[in-house]
Structures are given as structure tokens and as C-alpha cells.
Design a protein around this ligand. Structure first.
Ligand code: TYM
Length: 328
């Protein structure tokens, strides 16, 4: 049976790359499978050192999930630090992971190449992520393409643990599979690069009014004159239109691009309307939920309880397999 697991960092407001690359799949899958979705505040701590922001962003992610259709009766949504077994398991995994492998990690390498001096948390980030996934017996991990390497490290760690501590016929950990949808695996930002908080090129799921308009209007396009035909597949605006428009409308807009006389300004207006409509209902629901912080906390608490029903027995097996004594 599938167990779906995934995490999102509370490191700022979620954007449409998070939505199409991951969140939408989380929502599609959570009613059909056992699912665990966590707000990874320990991961965010590798770069966010501001308690008020950490609290705010954590609530924001929970609000986003609920507003976009997460049903707490169907699956568990919780805060990573409410499940202490995860960091316990991560420590055990550290001792199976060569530092050299972690030094090849994409985000770690990127920081080093920028001349920064990354903290030990960032180096070990993928190990904590492996603990996140394996502790629930995750089999499917819906994520964007940027997480592929982390899933590979997770599979590697599961295998190392099984080989080291489990008899051949009784492995403790299942090797998870990434669940990555090709069309949305890399959602571009307003400059055409991958949409990412760290590039400052995002469009927020719940951006509205002038702020939203300003972002859409600043999407980078080439300088093909208005009258001339344009290739929709080369256009950053169309790349986003594709995500929001139904097949028929998408084809119509593509045709207008190719015919000429259709400018990037027209396309941006079209996109703005599409975004507004697409999230209209969720936006309203979010405003309502913002008035009910106690309800949101209850959801997170219940989710953590459900999660721990899974992690406590698993950790007993891990302690047993590794010889870590438990006297109380
Ligand atoms: P995070 O918080 O950076 O992003 C959350 C999810 O959004 C996806 N995503 C994108 N997908 C397509 N196009 C984009 N432009 C784009 N930007 C972000 C990410 O791939 C991700 O799925 N390391 C993870 C968090 C994590 C995790 C886990 C995920 C911690 N533990 C366990 C899965 C399982 C991260 O930084 O995601």
C-alpha cells in the first residue's frame, strides 16, 4: 500500500511553483492514500533565524493547505518539530552517511560556490529529509524536480541502514519513489529561471490586487513587436498560462501567439485574470481561516498525534536494531 509523504519549508509565503510542483499533488493524493504532510521548521532553521517569522510562516503554510482544500479528516498535516523521533532518527542516519556524499549536495554546493560558509545544518539537511520520509514508511514522495537528489540520498540511506542493521529477509525501511509530474516539475518564475524564494522571482499563491498585477506585468519577455507572430513555447508568460488554462483555452491562446497581432501585454492580462479566478475560492477561504487560529492549531496537533502513532513504534524497532538501550 502507498504511503504518501512530503514536506514544505516555512521560509516565506508559498508560491505557484510550490503549488503546481508539489502542493496540488499533495491535495490530489491525500484523499486516496495514507498521507503525512509536514511543515519542516527544522529544515527552515538552516536559513531562517527569526522566531516571529518562523511562527508566522509556519501558520501561513498550514493556512495555505487548509484554504487550498486539505481535509484534516483524510490525512495528517503537522509541524515537523512536534515529532521528536524525526531528529532522533536523523542522528542515527548521520552515522551512516559519508561527509563526502553530503558535500556533493546541490544546495550545499551552490552556497559554497557563492563563497558562503554554510552551517552544519545545511550540510546535513538531506539526512534530516531522509528521516522525514523513512520514519513514516513513505513509498511515494510528491515533490518538484529540485528534490530528486534528496530522494536518491533517502533511498541510499534506507539501503545503508537495512544492510548494516537488518537481516537480509527483514529490512526495516522501504525505498521510496519520487512522484514528480513532468509538466510541472520546474515552474518558471517571472525571470524565466526556476521559481524560487531565494531568487526573488516568485508569484505568491495568495498574492492579490496591485502586488499580483505588478508581478505578472514584470514577467520577462523578448522584444518581438506586437504584430509579429510569436512562439508560445519560448515565452515565460505562456509557460504560466499553460498551468492555469484549460486545454481548449490554452490552444486558443497559443494560436493567437502564432497569428501575430497579439502582444505580451495581452498575454499578461489573460494570465492575471486566470490566476485571480483559479485561486478565488481558496483566497476567500483563507481569509475566513485567518480568523480561526485555534482551529488551525487543533488541526496541527491532531496531525502530530497521528504522526507519532507511526513514529513511536518505528523508533522502538530502530533502537532495537541498533542496540540503543531504552531503560524507561
Ligand atoms: P521547499 O519548501 O523548497 O518546496 C516545497 C515543494 O515545492 C517544490 N517546488 C517547485 N516545484 C516546481 N517548480 C518550482 N519552481 C518549485 N519550487 C519549489 C519543491 O520541489 C518541493 O516539493 N527539501 C524540501 C522540503 C522537505 C521535504 C521533506 C520534501 C523536507 N523534508 C520530505 C519531501 C519529503 C524543500 O526544501 O521544499
Amino acid at each position: 500500500d502507498s504511503v504518501v509523504v512530503s514536506g514544505i519549508q516555512p521560509s516565506g509565503r508559498l508560491h505557484i511553483g510550490n503549488y503546481f510542483g508539489a502542493l496540488r499533488q499533495h491535495l490530489d493524493l491525500h484523499t486516496q492514500h495514507e498521507a503525512y504532510y509536514f511543515i519542516v521548521n527544522y529544515h527552515a532553521l538552516t536559513s531562517l533565524h527569526d522566531a516571529d517569522k518562523m511562527r508566522q510562516y509556519t501558520m501561513d503554510v498550514a493556512l495555505d493547505y487548509l484554504a487550498l482544500g486539505f481535509d484534516p479528516d483524510e490525512a495528517a498535516l503537522f509541524v515537523q518539530s512536534d515529532v521528536p523521533e524525526v531528529t532522533e532518527l536523523a542522528w542515527i542516519f548521520y552515522n551512516l552517511m559519508p561527509v563526502s556524499r553530503l558535500e556533493r549536495g546541490v544546495s550545499y554546493k551552490e552556497k559554497v560556490s557563492q563563497g558562503l560558509n554554510p552551517n552544519a545544518g545545511l550540510l546535513n539537511y538531506p539526512v534530516l529529509q531522509a528521516a522525514d520520509i523513512l520514519i513514516y514508511g513513505g513509498t511515494q514522495v510528491p515533490v518538484g524536480a529540485d528534490q530528486k537528489q534528496h530522494i536518491e540520498i533517502t533511498r541510499d540511506l534506507a539501503q545503508r541502514f537495512n544492510n548494516t542493521f537488518c537481516p537480509d529477509d527483514d529490512p526495516l525501511f522501504t525505498l521510496p519513489e519520487p512522484y514528480i509530474l513532468d509538466d510541472v516539475s520546474v515552474v518558471p518564475g517571472i525571470d524565466g529561471q526556476k521559481m524560487s524564494k531565494s531568487y526573488g522571482n516568485t508569484i505568491g499563491i495568495f498574492d492579490e490586487g496591485k502586488a499580483l498585477k505588478k508581478k505578472v506585468m514584470s514577467i520577462v519577455t523578448d522584444s518581438t513587436p506586437l504584430d509579429e507572430p510569436k512562439d508560445p513555447e519560448q515565452c515565460n508568460v505562456f509557460a504560466l498560462i499553460k498551468l492555469f488554462a484549460e486545454a481548449e483555452q490554452r490552444a486558443e491562446i497559443a494560436e493567437q501567439y502564432r497569428a501575430g497581432g497579439y502582444g505580451y501585454g495581452h498575454a499578461k492580462k489573460e494570465l492575471l485574470g486566470l490566476i485571480q479566478d483559479f485561486f478565488a475560492e481558496a483566497r476567500e477561504r483563507r481569509h475566513e481561516l485567518e480568523q480561526r487560529p485555534d482551529y488551525v492549531r487543533d488541526v496541527l496537533r491532531d496531525g502530530a498525534k497521528r504522526a507519532r502513532q507511526k513514529t513511536e513504534p518505528l523508533m522502538a524497532q530502530v533502537r532495537n536494531a541498533t542496540g540503543l538501550m531504552k531503560t524507561m
